[in-house]
Design a protein around this ligand. Structure first.
Ligand code: 9MR
Length: 790
C-alpha cells in the first residue's frame, strides 16, 4: 500500500583499490555499470578484493539459509545457463556445481540471493567458504536488483582444492536502503579446466549492528517449542527439525544446567505444510514448575520457556486490551494505554458526520463515531465488527454457563475507562463497538431504513505511518448491505440477552435495533457488497447471506423465543450444522460464513429447543472438533488446520485459533482430554512451535511478532512511532503472497507455514485484526482456566 522505497546505495570496501573510482562515479549511485557480454576467456574487472583466512559471523546474517540446510531453495538461485553446461546441487551440506562447460559469460554459472536489505552507513562483513576440484576463479558481486542493475561492489577470488574462507568488509556509505542482491559468478572466463567441481558453504552478509538472532538469515532454533511454555499437568510436545532418520537423544535442562528429564526423539519424516523433515519430542514427564527451561538435542537448543500454571494469566487480558487500543473517536490515555508511548489523540473526530460515498444512492450524513478500527487500516466494517463482537460475547456466554472464570471479566478487571461502572468489563469493551454498529443503521424515513451500511473508510489508502488523530483524508459511508444488516441483527440480539440485568435500557436498545435490522433484511434480501471495492478499505464482499440469515434468526430466537425467528432458523439449510470449511479454508467460524456462529450459540445459550435438537448441535460441534483434531495429528507440528492443496489462506493464524476455539468447546461439552489438548496445540503453534520458530503474538516469547502492518504501531517504518503493545496476533502465513514486500522477500514457492515475513509492509502476511484477536482472547482465557486445573 505504501509506494516502494527508492533504492540508492553505494558500497565501498576498505580494502578496495578502486575506492577513488567508485567515489568519483557521480550520478547519485556510484559503482560501475553492469558489464555486457564479454568474450570467452575474459575476466571482468573488479572493484574490490577479498582476504583468505578465518572469519567468524559478526552480528546478524542477512543471507537466508546460508549453510544450505534447507537445500537450494528460495531466495537462493543456483543456475547453469546455456551455453554453460553442468548442474548444481547440495552435496554433504555444501552447494556444489559440476561444470562441464563454463559458457561465455561469468554469469552463465551463478549462485545468487536477493533481496538484500542494505542500510545506510553500515559496514557489513561478506564471507563464504569455497573449494574446487582444480584452480578456478569466482567473482562475488553486489548489485542493485531493479533494472538497469548497477554493480555496487565486486571482487575476483582464486580458489583451489583447499577449502578456505574468504571475507571482506563492505561499507554502505550513502543514501538509503537498497534492493540489492548478492551473487557469485563462476562461468565464462572465470571457469578453470573442466570438468570442474566447485563447492560453497557458510555464506555470510553480516550486519554487526544486529544480534545473531536477528537479520533475515538468523539461524532459527531447530528445537521448536511454545515459547511461553507449558502447563505442569498437561501434555508437552516440541518439534525438532532434523534430517536424521534415527531417534536421537534429547534432554530438558533447567536454568542451573541440570538435566530435568531426557528421552529419545521420534523421527517423523517430512511435514509438507512446514516444508521440512522433523522429529517430535514428548517431554510430558516434566511436571514440576520451572522457569528458563531449554530442550537440547546434540548441539541444538530450544528457546527458553517455563512450566507453570500461570502462563496465560496476562495474555488473556493483553489480548483484550488490544480492543481499547483500537478504539476510534476517543483519546487513548494513561493509565489505560498501559504505557505513555501508546497514548494518542482521539482518532477520526470527523466520524461524527460522515456522508454517503459519491453516487452511492443516499445523500444524508450519519454520526458513525466510535467503534474499533478493523486492523492496521482505519476502516470500520460492520461484518468484521459482527464476528468480532460475537466471538468476545460468546466467550463471555461460554464462561458464564460452561466455564469457571467469569469473575475474571468483571468490573475493574480490565484496564479500561469503564472499569468502575458496576458492569462487567468485557461487556463494557464490546459495548464500545456495539454502539458504533448501531449507528451504522439507516435512520427511519430513509429509503433503506433499518438496513446497516456495509462499511466506512477513506477513498484511498493512507500511508504508513498515519496516526488516526492526524488522518485528514475524507471518509465515506458505503451503501447498506444485507450481510451487514444481518450481522447487526445477530450481535445486537446476542448483546440484548447478555446486557439484560446489567443495563436493561441498553439491552432494550440493542434488541430494538436487532429486530429492526432483521425486518429490513427480510425486505432487502439481496443487497450485496461488491467484492472488488478495495480502494481505501477492504471489500468484505459476500454474495451468500443464507448463513447470516440463519445466524441472526438463531440469536433473535434465543433472546426472544419468538416463533417467527424459530421458524426461519429451523427452515434454514444451516440449521444445527457446524461447517468444517469456511472463509476459504478448514474452519467453522469465518466472517464470510457465519452459520457455525449460530449453531455454537444454540449450544452455549439456554434456549427453548427440544433436547434432541440441542444434542444435534452439540454433536456437530464435537464432530467439527474431531475433524480438526484428525488434521492436527497428521501434521508434525500438531496444527489443528490443514492447507488446501498445500496453500495457507489469508489470516491462516486465525483459522488455527478459531479451530482451537471449537476444540476447546468440544472439551467443555465432553470433557474429553484430547479436545483440551487440541485447543492447547493451537496455542502451541501460534506461540512458537512452528517452522518459523516465531511467536506470532506481540510481546510473548523469545521471538515475538515485532512489526505488524499497522498505521500507528509503525516503529519499523518511522522511529517516532511506537512499537506494538503486547497480546496481538499476526494474521500469519499466507500462500497468496499478495503484497510487494512478501514478493520481494522471495517468499514465492514457500511451504505453507513459511509464507510469512515479520515486516510492516507485508499486509497480506503480517496484519493484525479485530476478528483475529477475538479467538486468541477465547483461547488464552480457556488455557488460563485449564492450566490451573479449573
Ligand atoms: O480477513 C480478510 C481476508 O479474509 C480477505 O481475504 C482479505 C482480502 O480481501 O481481507 C482481509 O481483511 C482485511 C480487510 O479487507 C481490510 N482491513 C484489514 C483486514 C485484515 O487483513
Amino acid at each position: 500500500m505504501n509506494p516502494p522505497r527508492r533504492s540508492l546505495v553505494r558500497i565501498v570496501t576498505w580494502s578496495t583499490p578502486f575506492l577513488a573510482l567508485l567515489a568519483g562515479c557521480g550520478g547519485g549511485g556510484g559503482g560501475v555499470a553492469t558489464p555486457g557480454a564479454v568474450a570467452p576467456g575474459v575476466v571482468e574487472a573488479a572493484t574490490g578484493t577479498m582476504t583468505k583466512g578465518a572469519a567468524a559471523q559478526k552480528g546478524g546474517n542477512l543471507l537466508k539459509n546460508a549453510d544450505f540446510e534447507d537445500g537450494v531453495v528460495s531466495p537462493w538461485t543456483a543456475a547453469v545457463n546455456p551455453p554453460a553446461k553442468g548442474s548444481a546441487a547440495v552435496v554433504d551440506g555444501e552447494l556444489c556445481f559440476d561444470v562441464t562447460s563454463g559458457g561465455k559469460n561469468g554469469y552463465d554459472v551463478l549462485v545468487r540471493q536477493r533481496p538484500l536489505e542494505l542500510r545506510r552507513h553500515r559496514s557489513y562483513q561478506l564471507r563464504f567458504t569455497a573449494h574446487a576440484s582444480a584452480p578456478t576463479k569466482l567473482r562475488p558481486r553486489v548489485s542493485t536488483v531493479s533494472s538497469p542493475s548497477r554493480e555496487l561492489w565486486s571482487a575476483v577470488v582464486d580458489v583451489d582444492t583447499q577449502k578456505s574462507t574468504y571475507f571482506t568488509t563492505l561499507k554502505v556509505d550513502d543514501a538509503m536502503e537498497a534492493d540489492a542482491e548478492f551473487v557469485v559468478h563462476l562461468g565464462g572466463g572465470l571457469t578453470g579446466t573442466t570438468p570442474l567441481k566447485v563447492c560453497f558453504d557458510d555464506f555470510g552478509f553480516d550486519d554487526p549492528e544486529l544480534k545473531a538472532t536477528e537479520g533475515a538469515g538468523a539461524a532459527l532454533p531447530k528445537v521448536r517449542v511454545n515459547q511461553l511454555g507449558y502447563a505442569p499437568k498437561l501434555p508437552k510436545l516440541a518439534v525438532y527439525k532434523s534430517k536424521d532418520k534415527v531417534a536421537l537423544d534429547w534432554k530438558l535442562v533447567d536454568s542451573a544446567g541440570a538435566t530435568v528429564t531426557s528421552g529419545k526423539t521420534k523421527p517423523l519424516g517430512e511435514d509438507k505444510e512446514a516444508g521440512e523433515l522433523i522429529h517430535q519430542i514428548d517431554f510430558s514427564a516434566a511436571t514440576t514448575p520451572a522457569k528458563g527451561l531449554v530442550l537440547v538435542v546434540g548441539t541444538d537448543k530450544s528457546d527458553p520457556f517455563d512450566i507453570d500454571t500461570t502462563l496465560y494469566e496476562r495474555l488473556k487480558y493483553d489480548s483484550l486490551a488490544f480492543y481499547y487500543q483500537q478504539r476510534s473517536g476517543m483519546p487513548i490515555e494513561m493509565p489505560y494505554a498501559a504505557d505513555p508511548k501508546w497514548v494518542r489523540g482521539a482518532g477520526h473526530p470527523g466520524d461524527t458526520k460522515i456522508a454517503c460515498a459519491p453516487n452511492s444512492g443516499c445523500s444524508y450524513t450519519l454520526d458513525v463515531s466510535g467503534g474499533w478500527y478493523d486492523a492496521g487500516d482505519h476502516g470500520k466494517y460492520v461484518v468484521n465488527g459482527g464476528i468480532s463482537v460475537w466471538t468476545l460475547l460468546a466467550w463471555y456466554e461460554r464462561t458464564k454457563h460452561l466455564g469457571s472464570s467469569i469473575a475474571d471479566y468483571g468490573d475493574g478487571k480490565l484496564n479500561i475507562p469503564e472499569g468502575k461502572n458496576q458492569k462487567p468489563d468485557l461487556l463494557d469493551e464490546v459495548r464500545y463497538e456495539l454502539e458504533f454498529l448501531m449507528k451504522m443503521q439507516v435512520p427511519e424515513g430513509q429509503k433503506l431504513a433499518g438496513m446497516a451500511h456495509h462499511k466506512l473508510h477513506q477513498l484511498k489508502w493512507t500511508g504508513i505511518p498515519t496516526a488516526p488523530d492526524k488522518d485528514n483524508e475524507p471518509r465515506y459511508l458505503k451503501p447498506p448491505s444485507t450481510a451487514a444488516t444481518l450481522n447487526l441483527a445477530a450481535v445486537a440480539a446476542q448483546a440484548a440477552r447478555l446486557f439484560k440485568g446489567v443495563d436493561d435500557a441498553f439491552a432494550a436498545k440493542c434488541l430494538a435495533s436487532a429486530e429492526r435490522a432483521y425486518a429490513a433484511a427480510e425486505k432487502n434480501p439481496k443487497l450485496f457488497a461488491p467484492g472488488d471495492d478495495k480502494e481505501g478499505g477492504g471489500p468484505y464482499g459476500d454474495i451468500d447471506v443464507t448463513d447470516e440469515k440463519y445466524w441472526a434468526a438463531v440469536e433473535l430466537y434465543v433472546t426472544t423465543g419468538k416463533a417467527d425467528y424459530q421458524k426461519a432458523m429451523t427452515a434454514s439449510p444451516h440449521y444445527l450444522k457446524v461447517p468444517v470449511s469456511a472463509g476459504g479454508g478448514m474452519s467453522s467460524l469465518a466472517w464470510q460464513n457465519v452459520a457455525g456462529l449460530g449453531t455454537v450459540t444454540l449450544v452455549l445459550a439456554p434456549n427453548g429447543l427440544p433436547k434432541a435438537d440441542i444434542e444435534k448441535a452439540r454433536t456437530a460441534v464435537v464432530s467439527a472438533a474431531t475433524r480438526f483434531q484428525d488434521a492436527s495429528l497428521k501434521t508434525g507440528y500438531r496444527v489443528p488446520f490443514a492447507s488446501s492443496g498445500g496453500r495457507y489462506p489469508w489470516g491462516s493464524n486465525s483459522f488455527v485459533a478459531n479451530n482451537g476455539v471449537i476444540l476447546s468447546l468440544a472439551y467443555d461439552l465432553t470433557k474429553k482430554e484430547q479436545f483440551r489438548d487440541g485447543a492447547f496445540d493451537a496455542l502451541n503453534y501460534l506461540l512458537g512451535r512452528n517452522p518459523m520458530a516465531k511467536s506470532y503474538v506481540t510481546g510473548y516469547g523469545e521471538r515475538p511478532l515485532q512489526n505488524p502492518h499497522h498505521r500507528f504501531w509503525a516503529h519499523q517504518a518511522n522511529d517516532q512511532f511506537p512499537v506494538p503493545p503486547p497480546g496481538i496476533l499476526s494474521g500469519g502465513p499466507n500462500s497468496g503472497i499478495d503484497d510487494p514486500k512478501a514478493k520481494s522477500a522471495g517468499l514465492g514457492g514457500c511451504a505453507a507455514q513459511k509464507c510469512y515475513i515479520d515486516d510492516i509492509e507485508s499486509w497480506s502476511t503480517n496484519e493484525i485484526a479485530i476478528n483475529w484477536n477475538a479467538p486468541l482472547v477465547w483461547l488464552a482465557g480457556f488455557a488460563d482456566e485449564k492450566s490451573k486445573g479449573k
